[in-house]
Design a protein around this ligand. Sequence first.
Ligand SMILES: Cc1cc2nc3c(=O)[nH]c(=O)nc-3n(C[C@H](O)[C@H](O)[C@H](O)COP(=O)(O)O)c2cc1C
Length: 196
Amino acid sequence: MTRIGIIIGSTRPGRNGEAVARWVHEIASRRDDAQYELVDIKDFNLPHLDEMAPPSLGQYTQPHTLRWAEKIASYDGYVFVTPEYNHSTSGALKNAIDFLYAEWNNKAVGFVSYGSVGGTRAVEHLRLVVAELQMADVRAQVALSLFTDFENFSVFKPGDHQVGAVNTMLDQLAAWSGALAHLRAGTTMATPQSGA
Ligand SMILES: Cc1cc2nc3c(=O)[nH]c(=O)nc-3n(C[C@H](O)[C@H](O)[C@H](O)COP(=O)(O)O)c2cc1C
């Protein structure tokens, strides 16, 4: 069965990201098109990237990298749950993405973001990043407003319409995650340097 990881992109104490990701997981768990799991990057204690070789060479040496790689490799697709920090994603999520390469390739990704304008600027940046990782980013995204989907910017109370937005994004994500599994099974990946 298609496996999709819902990645909590914030590690800050008191983060809103955990409540958002748990809500996405709860909605996803009612579906039967994929197996959905929460992945908390906080659990992996990743330092700032500390591998000698570029991740695209796949020469991972650090125990935390190997553990993170094994986790990410186990999925066919991902939901990135991202805050917006200074008009981009969090440093923690970018760093966690940067640690790996082949584990992301030819897989699908959808976005759930939150911020004063729905975290949309963070997602636009992430779309550029995932293109470099040969990921297929679905069009539909969930943009949660700190003003209307939270109370006091900290208690998560999403509008009812957001459930439909999550399901539309997951419809697209599950379809592409399944389709790309065939591609991964049948092709040799391009050499890492070829598109650099
Ligand atoms: C360092 C930092 C920068 C931020 N910059 C923005 C921003 O550019 N745009 C925005 O809409 N919200 C911004 N915010 C507000 C965050 O979107 C909001 O605090 C959100 O809850 C952060 O996610 P988290 O609680 O999961 O860490 C910023 C917050 C922090 C901590």
